[in-house]
Design a protein around this ligand. Sequence first.
Ligand code: GLC
Length: 729
Amino acid sequence: MTLAPGAFAATSEEIEKRINSLLQKMTLEEKLGQMSQAPFPPNLPDNAKKEIRKGRWGSFFNAGTPAEKTEAQRIARKESRLGIPLVFAQDAIHGYRTVYPIPLGQAASWNPELVRQAARMTAREVASEGIHWTFAPMIDIARDPRWGRIAESLGEDPYLTSILGSAMIKGFQGESLTDAGSIAACAKHYVGYGAAEAGREYNSTWIPENLLREVYLKPFDAARKAGVATVMTAFNSINGIPATGNVFVLRQVLRGEWKFDGMVVSDYTAIPELIPHNYASDMADAAYKALRAGVDMEMVSTAYYDHAKALIESRKLDPKLIDESVRAILRLKFRLGLFDDRPAPRAATPLAPDALEVAKKIATESFVLLKNEGAVLPLAKSARKIAILGPLADSQKDQLGTWAMGADEKAVQTPLAAFRKILGTDRIATAPGLKNSRDISRDGFAAAVEAARSADVVLLFLGEEEILSGEAHSRAFLDLPGAQEQLVEEIAKTGKPIALVLMAGRPLTFHNPATKAKAVLWTWHPGTMGGPAIADIVLGNSVPSGRLPVTFPRTVGQIPIYYSRLNTGRPASENELGIPLGNPLNPQGYTSKYIDVDFTPEYPFGFGLSYTKFEYTNLRLSTAAVRVGGTLKVSADIINAGQYEGNEVVQLYTHQIAASVSRPVRELRAFQRVHLKPGERKTVEFSLPATELAFYNDQMQLATEPGKFHLWVAPDAVGGIKANFEVVR
Ligand code: GLC
């Protein structure tokens, strides 16, 4: 029977009543079973069926065919003592069968609506296979590109991550969790995982409370406000206490301050990892500390199932904590409608045309034009012959990026395939030059050079393979791997204009190769439709509008480097490089700089070029002095002074000049995408409540402090037009 979506969306009172009555009937073993999650047992063998009948598991994730899930659920509902349904989860991080750009790429679109649509399409594909829950969005703030999982993040800024993470949650969860096309979202990894020291995976994080609250917790607070159904704990320790046993962030903040009533799941074996963290002495202690902190469901490991009973019997563990966790798990299942014959999965064609259309559109909007000397892009119609070179010009797998386990790789349209489809093969010369991005052999160079010589222009596809990106793939060097730089050198010797098209799961350092190219187009790992999207941009059917959601360093030695830094007591200025000649005691030299590289980034947060040129003028404020409880209205005119229609991402930044705690030189407060035809002028307006300027002051209270501010309406985190205002009591 298929009920209308929401027909059984019981009220929270009804759900709590049903939870209570069920809880009273459950044995301790059944409760601990609900708190246990495992990978779906391949082929659903008999012993797994027996365990399901016994109520040994509350959830399975990844693997398992739709038919196997249906059978597993039938057994849970019809053959177990209490008929408690299983909840099935999947890592659908940036798509499932259809793959969208990696989240860091989606963030570069600065387009919440498109991000929401991509998540909605993903939910449709996931739910159609009988899966109820995705382990996404990953909303860890990432400011260190050595960390492989920056690819999964939405970048360095808490405001942008909050907006886009909430958009993903709305896409996954829709209007109602009981809708056949909705799945529960999971805000992860709670919390601070992206601050791993030295960018080394799973490493310790040291985060002072004000930074923790203002930067790392902020997106999770937004996720909670967006109604996220679940949260996943992180692998890292925070100031010496592992996130998965951390009472402060899990009990005091998440449950206490934020009143989160969703479900908390550990990350993969993160509970027993409390032992190597030197935080738990053994498995029983690990189980105790995770339960004490409020981790409801244990992923993969069995510390809860094996040790909670003895902890209760020895009176070390209050059984009420078990009941609290089981409540949270049952609440999720009720909210998903799993007890009430949730509508049967709605059949959905994988890679449906509308999904591919969204995948192409968001990929197109994610690309960031970093350089375009002499307007070599879009390619002139006169470019009769194009050389399409490089190991990433035709690699279906690499284009998908990390965490694309459900992807239909064969469906991926590569740039080479897309250009051939549009231009025909006789206008294209092609050679990979290298077998893959790590290849150090020059055996393929000659063919690539020859192809370049035969063409009018070179599109050179380089970067980082997907296998070099993602979890447990931290890198200490960010240069182009393998012999890619040497390949650029050799191609440059032909004198042909080069457009570098770079694919990667993180910012890389490529200053020298970029000097050899007329244009640089940054395309992240662009997903299933990356090829057609790149072809559209390169051929001028679309105009680049992507803006960097993360700072690109000049060199790995600058990391961590991010725009919302503090000014220091001796701020450096740009181009203040080297040892000043003359007086060695020259006081100008004593500033917060490097002597061997400019302290500024290669490309700043928010940066991106267009084929057209946008001008900013006529910045106006509603008042020069806004009350602490008031709202400042800001407007500015944006003019398209170029020849192409285009989208501009207009960004609003503020800086408080003096406060009880030093404030960053800039903080992103708002942004708007605006579409302008050549010659068109539009007024962009922002409303900035003074409460948005609040920070954790020297008493660790969240408050807006009166004082003087700078404000910018800007195309990125370093430029723009500037005004001053004051906050007054
Ligand atoms: C992984 C990841 C997490 C993922 C989980 C399940 O180790 O840290 O993001 O959702 O395990 O695959």
